[in-house]
Design a binder for this molecule. Sequence first.
Ligand SMILES: [Zn+2]
Length: 307
Amino acid sequence: MRHAFTVDAEDWPQLMCSYLGHEMEVSEQFSTSIAKVLEMLDRHDTRATFFVVAPHAEQRPEIVREIVERGHEVASHGEAHAKMHTFSPKGFREDLRRSIDSLQDITGERIRGFRAPFFSMMPEQCWAWEVMLDCGLEYDSSLTTLLWQNEGVALPDGPFVCELPSGREIIEMPALAQRFGPVTGRLIGGRTLRVLPAGITRSHMRDREAEGLPAMLYVHSYEVTPDRLMRYLPSGLPASDRVKLLISAKAFEIGMGRMTRAIESLRHRHAWGTVRDVIEDLRGAALPRVKVRCSGEIIPPVDTERA
Ligand SMILES: [Zn+2]
């Protein structure tokens, strides 16, 4: 069975500077890190879905076109790369629409999926699924099931179909998470893959395959190959901001050297594809169905039931 290989394609230096209020062009790091990921995927004959931040793609369209030319899928990672709770339904619609239009213009391909930055969609934002369908999307990958459980909403631990108040449906491909002592790690990718013992990932993959469920790997393009993120920052930043950025950069650089080896070992043991490939494989399967009762900004009760 195929599992979903996903990459959040974004420019760490530009995002971090913009969060601190500094204007900055997209750095070279955006293209070079994606190029390295593409090389790695080619080496292993693996297709992946790249969730791309649209303004970064606009400044470096050639590398985004290359993603598609090499047989991968491009999906939306939004325009502002903002957490979901910061959006009104109207604001989210504008952000998503702009990102889809822009990515479709650049790639010439229809955009079918979205991932919220930081997997930040919570039950209060379940109106967003209606907006995604209005914008022509077919699937979403924006939430972490453990965080919804903490809010009292039990969700299936794999892909599921959301039945919306409008009568329409969208497929959700959630990130799973687990507590490891004091640390909570998303499965599988990011910090879990870089820092925590490889046995965690191996056991997760064994469990998924035993249950007949696809796993989802996620990495940031800038996490995959060893690099020094600080070298892409502009000069002249205030010292206090440089310290904040250094702390954040160091947190991402921990275990960066291990990331490629961890992914390569996963590649040898399991089959991978794009999110669209995985959804295609699941067609006809009895996916769990989640009934969503919400409209507008009303905070919803969510019922879940297995098909
Ligand atoms: Zn992101």
